[in-house]
Write a protein that binds this ligand. Structure first.
Ligand code: NAD
Ligand code: ZN
Length: 342
């Protein structure tokens, strides 16, 4: 089968031919229709320090996808041939304390598809059936293909009650932009998003941000004054992984504010802890998606009118994957979709 893989320890990926995977008793076999490129795939493409430490080679990468079930293991219940599915890319152990308590997103033994085990950038993907998620007919393939990052945005944004609250999102990458749309959809008052990239800030405005602030040019405090926000933000969502953005966020939080951290900063990033202590901030780390509560919420929000379509900025047949990766690498993109059926 056709697969996009890293065959040598170095930059780039190759479209190659790999054996079709075998389906185990508890697995489903998915024929992939569409995939999307994640920031993680970009790290793997660039072969940066994280990728060199983490990715075994050879590795078939990718974890954002939608496809159709074409084969089912003999122990599998609840799925049928022909079901259109995406799936949770975190494979959890099932026997640690958190897994047994139903908190699978906190499993200490998680492995990632397309990172630790063969991924979705291929004609066929084998997935434990418990990880598959059926997509309702009224949700498009393109949107279903981005449920993984949409889930990161959903898990982070819905960590707190947003109704009537003022929210600051630092980082208008695809996940930050989707989070802005979610905050707007569920009833936040002001949704302010920051970045240093005008293309992405424009996209965030289209998707419902009250203000999209280029912090390399404009002062967040001026925007707050303009919005009549004397006291600060109630909710902060850090979605850049950039230390200065996190520090900026802490500076403008109101006392008693709640902060969720999705962006992955360099290890041992320093902050002013007095901001946390004397403001009585609550800080929550976010990893992945809640299985599967986040997935049900995603479907419900799309079915109740959340419009994420502007984030889907580029589409290519998989043979043109290099152009797709270039679009992501340029920073002038939202989500980039690769079509495996074309
Ligand atoms: P991305 O890299 O596309 O977006 C980050 C954005 O931050 C970029 O648009 C960048 O221009 C912007 N930025 C740079 N400097 C800034 C500054 N000073 N202030 C504000 N913004 C600034 O990433 P993404 O795919 O949208 O993911 C967002 C973050 O979440 C990344 O750090 C990613 O590694 C992380 N992530 C975490 C998880 C998890 O489970 N915790 C899952 C997925 C992604
Ligand atoms: Zn576990």
């Amino acid at each position: 089968m056709k697969a996009l893989a890293k065959l040598e320890r170095g930059p780039g990926l190759i479209l190659t031919d790999l054996p079709k995977p075998e389906v185990g008793h508890n697995d489903v076999l998915i024929k992939i229709r569409k995939t999307a490129i994640c920031g993680t795939d970009i790290h793997i493409w660039k072969w940066d320090d994280w990728a060199q430490k983490t990715i075994p080679v050879p590795m078939q990468v990718g974890h954002e996808y939608v496809g159709e079930i074409i084969e089912i293991g003999q122990e599998v219940r609840g799925f049928s041939i022909g079901d259109r599915v995406s799936g949770e890319g975190h494979i959890t152990c099932g026997h640690c304390r958190n897994c047994r308590a139903g908190r699978r997103h906190l499993c200490r033994n998680t492995v990632g598809i397309g990172v630790n085990v063969p991924g979705a950038f291929a004609e066929y993907l084998v997935l434990p059936a418990v990880n598959a998620f059926k997509i309702p007919d009224n949700i498009s393939d393109d949107l279903a293909a981005i449920f993984d990052p949409f889930g990161n945005a959903t898990h982070t944004a819905l960590s707190f009650n947003l109704v009537g609250e003022d929210v600051l999102i630092t980082g208008a990458g695809p996940i930050g932009i989707m989070a802005a749309a979610i905050c707007r959809h569920v009833g936040a008052r002001h949704v302010v998003i920051t970045d240093v990239n005008d293309y992405r800030l424009d996209l965030a405005r289209k998707m419902g941000a009250s203000r999209a602030v280029n912090v390399s040019r404009d002062r967040l405090r001026d925007v707050m004054d303009d919005l009549g926000m004397q006291e600060g933000f109630d909710i902060g969502l850090e979605m850049s992984g950039v230390p200065v953005a996190f520090r900026d966020l802490l500076n403008v939080m109101n006392h008693g504010g709640k902060v969720a951290l999705l962006g992955i900063p360099p290890a041992e990033t320093a902050i002013d802890w007095n901001q946390v202590i004397f403001k009585g901030l609550e800080i929550k780390g976010i990893y992945g998606r809640e299985m599967f509560e986040t997935w049900y919420k995603m479907v419900s929000m799309l079915q109740s009118g959340l419009d994420l379509s502007p984030i889907l900025t580029h589409h290519f047949p998989v043979d043109q994957f290099k152009t797709g990766f270039d679009a992501m690498l340029s920073g002038q993109s939202g989500k980039v979709i690769l079509d495996w059926a074309a």
